[in-house]
Design a binder for this molecule. Structure first.
Ligand SMILES: [Fe+2]
Ligand SMILES: [Fe+2]
Length: 234
């Protein structure tokens, strides 16, 4: 077992960033309470510790199985694909959009006067952030639960629900992709100017990471997940 009762919450989140989502579901504070031990926290909050540990274990196994190597997502179980997207892409956005917002705000304040392009970076990023946050909510509360339910019950109503939102989600992906392309253009391919500080560098590094993570995310959904859902409907 990877996760033990005697581990601190901080150790769990550092070993496995995808655990944040599960801890939030249990209303466990892993930020300010990161030094606390799982056994104590679960007993205080009346949480079944074994239940929590086995959920963490199962999610971690999926990440390990599909995390690094090239996976044939066209044939892997569709609920594993959904879980992988949540762990590798949604978790990335949930933990980094706020941080990148702080960074783009900070460099606009410090360098905006001499680098007018930073205003456009700030505006385009925040438009993207707002759109992505609403998009994630739609996927996490409507489409993905419908897919999971369909896998469990084979009920066509759930499959139809998941397929019905595809057009909307695809349009939102196009918007996000355009914002990312625009950001690359405005920033001159993320070239940090000679007078840029370390925060400037970090901001552009994070924006580039956001770009590559999101492009893979969109690829997995548009090209694989949505196609497979449509095939299931036939
Ligand atoms: Fe997604
Ligand atoms: Fe999406």
């Amino acid at each position: 077992m990877k996760f033990q009762k005697e581990m601190t919450l901080g150790e769990i989140v550092s070993t496995f960033p995808g655990s944040e989502k599960i801890l939030k579901e249990y209303d466990i504070d892993y930020c300010c309470g990161g030094h606390r031990v799982v056994r104590e926290v679960t007993s205080e909050q009346n949480i079944d510790v074994n239940d929590l540990l086995s959920k963490l274990e199962a999610a971690y196994e999926v990440v390990m199985k599909y995390g690094e190597e090239k996976v044939d997502w066209v044939h892997a179980p569709i609920d594993h694909l959904v879980e992988h997207i949540l762990q590798a892409h949604h978790a990335f956005l949930h933990s980094n959009l706020g941080y990148i917002s702080e960074l783009t705000t900070k460099i606009l304040r410090v360098h905006g006067e001499h680098h007018p392009e930073l205003l456009e970076v700030f505006q385009t990023f925040h438009q993207l952030k707002m759109e992505l946050e609403a998009h994630l909510i739609k996927e996490e509360t409507v489409q993905y639960p419908a897919i999971k339910k369909y896998i469990e019950t084979n009920n066509l109503g759930d499959l139809n629900k998941a397929v019905k939102v595809i057009d909307e989600l695809e349009n939102e992906h196009t918007f996000a992709g355009d914002c990312l392309k625009q950001l690359r253009k405005i920033s001159g391919n993320y070239e940090v100017p000679a007078d840029g500080c370390s925060t400037f560098l970090k901001t552009y590094e994070m924006l580039e990471l956001l770009e590559s993570n999101t492009f893979t995310h969109i690829h997995l959904e548009n090209n694989i997940l949505f196609g497979r859902l449509k095939e299931l409907k036939q």
